[in-house]
Ligand binder design. Structure first.
Ligand SMILES: NC(=O)C1=CN([C@@H]2O[C@H](COP(=O)(O)OP(=O)(O)OC[C@H]3O[C@@H](n4cnc5c(N)ncnc54)[C@H](O)[C@@H]3O)[C@@H](O)[C@H]2O)C=CC1
Ligand SMILES: O=C(O)C(=O)COP(=O)(O)O
Length: 471
């Protein structure tokens, strides 16, 4: 059923309680129990143009791989590919779109980045709003690594200049005549035996180091947060340093593979005048991470001064046409394989969160792997500020309704706490009404949102927005 915004608005003013009948088979152990849940004033969620009751709505920014989108079962998920639509979205999927707070309707429970970097998402604000942000670690790493290897060759062999020269000669009909004479303008060097410094040894950096070793390169690396998983991928011969400058000082190639983090203690301009002053004059800097990591003035001065090179996957207003720069249009993750893998992983992550409350690969919420919901129970989740006393209020609210908690998980990360409670339905033969208890819990100070993960997809979400109740 499709309900237009106007129709829904009319419904909502009457605050119609929705009775969700459990269907045997899909709702294990609850075949004869009904869950009553108030839908409430949807008009407060902003411009409602279209909403398919009983379906999760996913709003996409950027073109998302159809293979990934196929992870969402049709009939349960309504995919809005046009960014102008999806005003009632339950989740957002995106790639590099620079997400604004206005792009995120109040109905959104989760955001997934089909990719690694989340600097295009206002993550801190989403945390304040109680919205988990997910990414897809490693899903596109092979694609980026392959382009970094290509970048090293572009930096060592003047391939781009050579191609452009051949085009010019071809236009003039001089290619055959001049090629052997002119090729001396485009001489280069080999990678074998040279030193590569990798800054950031995560999914991309560690794979780059491993493959560069196979090409016969010497390796240095810097990563104060090196994970065990990535460390296991590194060649034993890689020399770990304790600073960026120590890593770059005698390197022929420098690959930057770290996240861009704004603000104090972040990574804005980490490759600035001081670090660049330690570069060899002939060093090749490979930036397949983010443009903002490299100080444009400083890299331009470096390129002007010698025969060093800069190969980057990001626009740069100062060096885009520099003879010693190769600038690509953010192609690192643009392979079929990476696009499919990242979108599929993001879709799985969103489904896990929406359908069971599981949190995996979030950049702002605590990882929460959940046991199955026991038979004869309903799952209730609460997102709250990580302050003392909230959990006691939640359990107290259930006790007051004579509802028994059969299983409970409580996790926290920074300012956020996440509670999952499975509530016993035994003995509630007919209708179990969560409406009051959900309102009481959601309006507890410090609580941001709550969900009843049971019944029709998309239903059962309530939000405490500055002391106002939205369901
Ligand atoms: N060009 C493209 O299309 C793509 C670019 N990227 C960029 O590459 C970055 C890295 O991606 P992954 O390797 O998948 O991420 P990752 O999270 O697996 O690895 C990042 C590593 O950098 C380390 N790190 C963080 N700050 C550091 C610092 N200041 N100095 C040294 N090491 C530091 C971390 O400890 C971590 O091990 C992403 O954040 C994104 O910005 C990622 C995918 C595609
Ligand atoms: O995964 C990342 O961080 C990327 O930069 C890839 O961006 P894209 O998905 O190609 O817009």
């Amino acid at each position: 059923m499709i309900v237009s915004g106007r129709a829904l608005g009319q419904l909502s003013r009457r605050v119609v309680p929705t009775r969700i009948a459990a269907t045997a088979g899909t709702t294990r152990g609850l075949a004869d129990v009904q869950v009553e849940h108030g839908r409430g004033e949807w008009k407060t969620y902003g411009d409602i143009d279209q909403y398919k009751l009983g379906m999760y709505q996913i709003k996409c920014f950027n073109k998302i791989s159809p293979i990934g989108l196929a992870q969402f079962p049709t009939g349960q998920y309504d995919i809005r590919k046009d960014a102008e639509e999806g005003n009632n979205a339950h989740a957002i999927l995106l790639r590099s779109h620079k997400l604004q707070e206005e792009d995120v309707p109040h109905s959104v429970r989760a955001i997934a980045r089909c990719g690694a970097g989340t600097n295009n998402i206002p993550v801190a604000r989403m945390t304040e709003l109680g919205i988990p942000v997910f990414n897809t670690p490693g899903a596109n790493a092979n694609a980026v690594k392959e382009l970094v290897l290509c970048g090293m060759l572009l930096g060592s062999r003047r391939v781009v200049d050579g191609i452009n020269h051949m085009k010019e000669l071809g236009k003039q009909g001089l290619a055959r005549e001049r090629v052997e004479k002119d090729k001396s303008m485009f001489g280069g060097q080999e990678l074998k035996g040279k030193t590569l410094a990798v800054i950031g040894l995560g999914h991309i950096g560690s794979q780059t180091a491993r493959d560069a070793y196979a090409l016969g390169m010497n390796l240095k690396g810097y990563d104060p947060g090196l994970s065990v998983q990535s460390a296991l991928r590194l060649p034993q011969a890689l020399e770990l340093t304790d600073s960026i400058t120590a890593a770059v000082s005698d390197a022929d190639y420098i690959s930057l593979n770290i996240p861009y983090i704004k603000g104090e203690g972040g990574t804005h301009g980490v490759i600035g005048p001081e670090v660049i002053s330690h570069f060899k004059p002939s060093a090749v800097l490979l930036n397949f991470a983010r443009g903002e990591l490299v100080d444009s003035d400083a890299i331009k001065q470096f390129l002007d001064a010698g025969d060093g090179r800069y190969v980057t996957d990001f626009p740069d207003d100062l060096v885009w046409d520099h003879k010693n720069a190769v600038v690509l249009p953010h192609l690192g993750a643009s392979t079929e394989e990476a696009e499919d893998a990242a979108a599929a992983m993001a879709a799985d992550t969103i489904r896990d969160y929406l359908e069971s409350g599981t949190i995996k690969n979030s950049v702002n919420f605590p990882a929460t792997s959940l046991p199955d919901r026991p038979d004869h129970s309903i799952r209730f989740t609460v997102v709250n500020q990580n302050v003392p006393g909230v959990l006691a209020h939640i359990t107290d609210a259930f006790a007051k309704e004579n509802l028994n908690i059969v299983q409970q998980v409580n996790q926290s990360r920074g300012d956020i706490a996440y509670n999952v409670l499975d509530i016993d339905t035994t003995g509630h033969e007919d209708v179990l009404c969560f409406k009051n208890v959900q309102e009481r819990i959601t309006m507890t100070e410090g609580v941001l949102s709550s969900r009843v993960i049971y019944g029709a997809p998309g239903m059962g979400y309530a939000k405490n927005l500055d002391g106002q109740y939205f369901v």
